[in-house]
Design a binder for this molecule. Structure first.
Ligand code: ATP
Length: 355
C-alpha cells in the first residue's frame, strides 16, 4: 500500500504545526519521521491515521482518496510508546482481540484465530509467553506483543509513534534491530515517529526530517547523513564542529586554515559556516603547507577502538572535537596539552545568506 501526502497543513489555534507537507511513501517501505520535539511528527502520523483532520491537503492510499475517511475505514494498525495492552488478558488474548471483536460475518473461526495468533507469536519470538499476563512481561516483550496485536488484523499500513521510547538504551537497540528484521520478513508499509537520530539511521529505509512543521530533507539514511542539504540536518544528524570563515575565488579561509573549494570558485568574499564531523578530522604532528590549523589537545578519551579528542584552536580559541582510531592515537603518542595540527578530511560549507 502506497501513501501519498499532498499539501497537508495543520494549525492548532494560531500555531502552525504543519505547513505544506508533500511526501510519497512506497509500498513496503519503512519510513521514519524524525525531528526535534514539537516539529509535527505525531501530528503528521495522526493525520495519516485519520485521528486528526488536516486543514488542507489530501491523503491517498494506493491512489484512492482517504482524506475524509475514518481510522477504521483506513485499516491502519498502531503501536504507541506506552504499550496499551489489556491487563486482564493474556498475551494470546491480547493478540486475538482485534479478530474476536469483528462483526460476526467477518469474524474468523476459533481455529483460524488460533493459527493466526500462533503465527504472530512465532514472528515476534514470543511463543513461550502466550499464557502470561502483561504485568509478567518486560517492557521490550510488551512492545513486541503490542506490535503482534497491531499486525493481527492485517492492517494495510502500520503506524508507530515512538514505539521504543519508554525502554532503556540496550533494549531499544535490540528492538530496533528486531523491527528491521521483522519488516524485511513482513514488509508492510510502515511509518514510525522518532526523535532519536540513531534509531532512524539504524532502522529506516528512508528518513523524513521535520523541523517546525516543515520537511527539511528526506532520503535514505546514507543520503541524509552524507549529504545534508542544510545546516539544520547536518547538526541534527550527528556531532559536528562548526567553523566560521570566508570564501573568496574558490578558496575557503577558516582562520589560518586555507582550503580549496572549486564549487565556490565564483564566490567573492562571502561569509561561510563550515561543518566538519569529528570522524572527518585528521591529526598530524607536523604542519604541512597552510592546510593545517594548530590546536592544543585539552582532553583525550581513549576507551574502546575510537579515541575522542577535544582540542582548542590556537589562532581562534574555537573548540574542535575529533574521533580517531586507536592505532593513530598510539602511533602519534598523543598527550593532553600537546600541540597538534588539524585538517578536515571532509567538510561541508553553507553560506548563511542562502537561508
Ligand atoms: P514530540 O517529539 O515532543 O512528541 P512532535 O514532533 O511529535 O513532538 P507534535 O506532537 O506533532 O510534535 O506537535 C507539534 C506542535 O503542535 C507542538 O508545538 C504541539 O504543542 C502542537 N500541538 C499538537 N497537538 C495539539 C493540540 N491538540 N492542540 C494544540 N496544539 C497542539
Amino acid at each position: 500500500m502506497s501513501i501519498e501526502i499532498t499539501s497537508i497543513s495543520k494549525t492548532f489555534e494560531s500555531f502552525k504545526a504543519l505547513s505544506d507537507i508533500n511526501l510519497k511513501i512506497n509500498t513496503g517501505e519503512l519510513v521514519a519521521l524524525l525531528g526535534p520535539s514539537g516539529s509535527g511528527k505525531t501530528t503528521l502520523l495522526r493525520i495519516i491515521a485519520g485521528l486528526e483532520t488536516a486543514d488542507s491537503g489530501s491523503i491517498m492510499f494506493d491512489g484512492e482518496d482517504n482524506t475524509g475517511k475514518s481510522t477504521q475505514d483506513r485499516k491502519v494498525g498502531f503501536v504507541f510508546q506506552h504499550y496499551a495492552l489489556f491487563k486482564h488478558m493474556t498475551v494470546f488474548e491480547n493478540i486475538a482481540f482485534g479478530l474476536k471483536v469483528r462483526p460476526s460475518k467477518l469474524r474468523p473461526s476459533k481455529e483460524v484465530i488460533e493459527k493466526k495468533v500462533n503465527e504472530l507469536l512465532s514472528l515476534v519470538k514470543m511463543e513461550e509467553l502466550a499464557k502470561r499476563y502483561p504485568s509478567q512481561l518486560s517492557g521490550g516483550q510488551r512492545q513486541r506483543i503490542a506490535l503482534a496485536r497491531a499486525l493481527a488484523v492485517e492492517p494495510r499500513v502500520l503506524l508507530l509513534d515512538e514505539p521504543f521510547g519508554a525502554l532503556d538504551a540496550k533494549v531499544r537497540k535490540d528492538l530496533r534491530r528486531w523491527l528491521r528484521k521483522l519488516h524485511d520478513e513482513y514488509p508492510i508499509t510502515s511509518v514510525f515517529v522518532t526523535h532519536d537520530q540513531e534509531e532512524a539511521l539504524d532502522v529506516a529505509d528512508r528518513i523524513v526530517i521535520l523541523n517546525q512543521g516543515k520537511i527539511e530533507q528526506m532520503g535514505t539514511p546514507e543520503e541524509v547523513y552524507d549529504n545534508p542539504t542544510n545546516p539544520f540536518v547536518y547538526n541534527f544528524l550527528g556531532n559536528v564542529n562548526l567553523f566560521h570563515g570566508r570564501v573568496h575565488n574558490g578558496i575557503i579561509e577558516l582562520g589560518s586554515l586555507k582550503l580549496d573549494s572549486p564549487e565556490h570558485s565564483e564566490a567573492v568574499d562571502r561569509k561561510i559556516i563550515s561543518y566538519i564531523r569529528p570522524h572527518d578530522i585528521e591529526i598530524s604532528l607536523e604542519q604541512y603547507e597552510n592546510e593545517f590549523v594548530a590546536a592544543e589537545v585539552i582532553f583525550i578519551r581513549a576507551v574502546g577502538p575510537i579515541v575522542n579528542l577535544e582540542m582548542k584552536r590556537i589562532d581562534s580559541g574555537e573548540y574542535i572535537e575529533a574521533e580517531i582510531s586507536k592505532d593513530i592515537y598510539k602511533k602519534l603518542a598523543l598527550k593532553e596539552r600537546q600541540t597538534v595540527f588539524v585538517k578536515p578530511k571532509d567538510f561541508k560549507v553553507f553560506i548563511p545568506e542562502d537561508y
